[in-house]
Design a protein around this ligand. Structure first.
Ligand code: NI
Length: 254
């Protein structure tokens, strides 16, 4: 079954039909879902989802767009949330110089603090990085050694993906791989081993072709598996099986 390694089902775009949609996931071939938190309120709504659905796991982390909300008291609260039942990673954390909602110094500071938290609690990390390729690499070289985790929604050069694979990270691949103009990501998929790829939607965002521009959900991952399979010369089924194994290993869900 498909392992959905990165979703945001607590997003308000799912308020109209969340329950209906999630109930159907097993019959659509979705075995497990990791719901990724990005904000303080997202940590709570993610945890609630993990308690409602046996196949949903959660993460705890503050996205670089939201780190201006953090202080020591909230960070202590985050640490406690990380130790709760069914929390399998710290994320999503990282740097976002596209939206630039907090200063680069503030983003780096809380990125490094959350990496240290993951190390302390022996959890893998989910990395968000947009237009911050070099700073992300530098910080992960210094503070992310041996942590394990995934560079989610990978958007950089294939050489950089190969470097992350060498450092022990997985590469998250989603709907973008089905876009005609996604040359770099297609090359990345060709250049790294299937054993290092995770399937992810990042839903509600980034729906694959033929649903591009619409609200995304895990059911569409089969289109991502097909595109990855075509690039690697294997069947979609093999992609589904190998990436399921990869995700279980990374999230320690054997
Ligand atoms: Ni995300």
């Amino acid at each position: 079954m498909i392992f959905e390694s990165h979703a945001h089902y607590d997003d308000q775009t799912f308020d109209v039909d969340r329950e209906e949609l999630l109930k159907k996931m097993p019959e659509w071939g979705i075995g497990r879902i990791v719901n990724v938190s990005a904000s303080l309120s997202g940590v709570e709504s993610t945890w609630k989802l993990t308690q409602q659905y046996p196949f949903i796991y959660g993460t705890v982390g503050i996205h670089p767009d939201e780190v201006a909300d953090l202080d020591e008291e909230k960070f202590s609260w985050l640490r406690i949330q990380c130790t709760r039942d069914k929390i399998v990673a710290v994320g999503e954390i990282g740097l976002d110089y596209y939206w630039d909602k907090a200063s680069h110094e503030t983003q780096k500071y809380w990125f490094i603090r959350q990496l240290a938290l993951a190390r302390e609690l022996k959890l893998p990390v989910i990395i968000h990085s947009r237009e911050a390729a070099q700073d992300t690499m530098d910080i992960l070289k210094e503070y992310g050694e041996g942590l394990g985790g995934v560079i989610h929604c990978f958007s950089y050069a294939p050489e950089m993906a190969r470097e992350y694979v060498k450092m022990g990270y997985y590469i998250g691949v989603g709907g973008v791989v089905t876009f005609k103009n996604a040359k770099k990501l297609k090359e990345t998929v060709q250049q790294i081993p299937l054993e290092r790829i995770l399937l992810e939607t990042d839903c509600p965002y980034l729906a694959p072709v033929p649903f591009r521009g619409k609200r995304n959900n895990s059911q569409y991952l089969v289109y991502v598996a097909e595109a990855v399979g075509a690039l690697k010369g294997v069947s979609a089924q093999e992609v589904i099986e190998v990436t399921d194994k990869n995700a279980r290993k990374m999230y320690d869900l054997q």
